[in-house]
Design a binder for this molecule. Sequence first.
Ligand SMILES: Cc1cc2nc3c(=O)[nH]c(=O)nc-3n(C[C@H](O)[C@H](O)[C@H](O)COP(=O)(O)OP(=O)(O)OC[C@H]3O[C@@H](n4cnc5c(N)ncnc54)[C@H](O)[C@@H]3O)c2cc1C
Length: 346
Amino acid sequence: MIDYIIVGLGLSGVSFCQKLKQNQKAFVVIDHGQQSASRVGSGLFNPIALKRTKPAWKGHQLMTAAIPFYKALEIDLGIQCVHDAPILKIMQQTADINGWHSASAIADCKSYINHDIVQNTNPVITAPLGFGVVKNTGWVDTALLVERYSLLLESKNNLIKTVFDSNALQITENGVRYGKIEAKHIVFTQGVGLISNPRFSFIPLQKTKGELMVIKCENLQEKSIIHGGVFMIPLGNNRYRVGSTYNWRDQGEGPTTSARISLQTKLNKIVSTSYQILDQSAGFRPTTPDRRPVIGVHPKFPQLAICNGMGSRGVLQAPFCAGLLYDHIENGTPIPQETNINRFKH
Ligand SMILES: Cc1cc2nc3c(=O)[nH]c(=O)nc-3n(C[C@H](O)[C@H](O)[C@H](O)COP(=O)(O)OP(=O)(O)OC[C@H]3O[C@@H](n4cnc5c(N)ncnc54)[C@H](O)[C@@H]3O)c2cc1C
């Protein structure tokens, strides 16, 4: 009997597997790689909620856990996936500047927000009132990370690339059985795939569609992440990721013309030079109604657990949440109520 079966290998699955590895637990992962938010998302990490210029939920605490986690994974996988870059938020009006100054005095913002507004020196970016600067931020190449992690697991025969069939799961006295695999626990890190998992149908998980474009723009020559209605993230070789949209109604897969137009309209307000669209992609963020992760064991079958609801902040939240779940299963450490599965009625 092994210790764990993990279903789903996105940021949540990778984070949980790392906890298992650190604790010498035997595990196998089942993943089909489709509808994976981690293979689509922008991977930004930023502890500040930029819309209202205030600390994001547990922003600083999550940063201190997540960034060392990804840096250690870079070494394990022999890749560079953490890209540091400041975020420059375009000031649209005087009220934004006043808000920025106030935020820079908040304790949790101090190590990230510069008080002073920086003037724009890029001739093709429209920002007459300048930028507020967020430092110690950047993006994680989550698609590369997940791809290389799955190759590593495959090379060790720890990954089964297939669709997990919920009907084939048997609950046993000491754990679970799935085909020939017997395990003490099964952890579902399925992202939006959880919606079709009958044992967790009481979790009101939603699919929030997000679309992104990759553009090529030789005149832009920008090294910082620009935020002004949309994010524009420098990828190197004159390429930039632009995104992303939020759509709670469109449940269809794949990119849409309406999202492209919306992204272009916003981009054209901040960039005054021509660019070429190289690519457009779409994915679904796994979102809960209260916008918090959902972690814990099944109310009737404690051998079944979930780590989900990472929403639009999977990069920072997944390593922290995987740690909470592991400590809960193995050591009985309580999961804080705001992220606990038991806040949803079974
Ligand atoms: C457009 C977009 C932009 C984003 N930008 C950011 C950002 O800038 N910063 C940030 O922090 N977050 C961002 N996010 C959110 C982030 O990507 C997610 O929160 C995170 O990737 C969720 O990770 P996860 O592992 O929980 O789920 P996923 O990455 O979706 O992984 C779930 C895995 O489970 C597998 N699976 C599901 N069901 C089954 C089954 N039955 N059998 C086998 N396998 C199964 C799937 O194939 C998938 O591989 C963005 C998301 C999108 C869509």
